[in-house]
Design a protein. Structure first.
Length: 64
C-alpha cells in the first residue's frame, strides 16, 4: 500500500454491520510512500502511527 500526505484511508468493518473507519494521512514515514503513516482518525480526532492491513484502502487526494 502506498499513500501521500492528504490521502484518505478507509478501514472496512470486519464484521457484518460494523461501520468503516476513516482517517487522513498526515505524514508518510518512507520516501516511497509505504507504511507506517501518521494519521488522524475522523471518529476520535486522535493521531496514531498506522500500519494498514488488508481491510484498508487508500483514496488518493489527487482525485479531488
Amino acid at each position: 500500500m502506498h499513500a501521500t500526505v492528504g490521502d484518505r484511508i478507509v478501514v472496512h468493518g470486519r464484521k457484518a454491520g460494523q461501520p468503516d473507519r476513516h482517517c487522513t494521512v498526515l505524514e508518510v514515514r518512507h520516501e516511497n510512500g509505504e507504511p507506517p503513516f501518521l494519521v488522524r482518525w475522523d471518529d476520535s480526532d486522535r493521531e496514531d502511527l498506522y500500519f494498514p492491513g488488508s481491510d484498508a484502502t487508500v483514496v488518493s487526494n489527487k482525485n479531488k
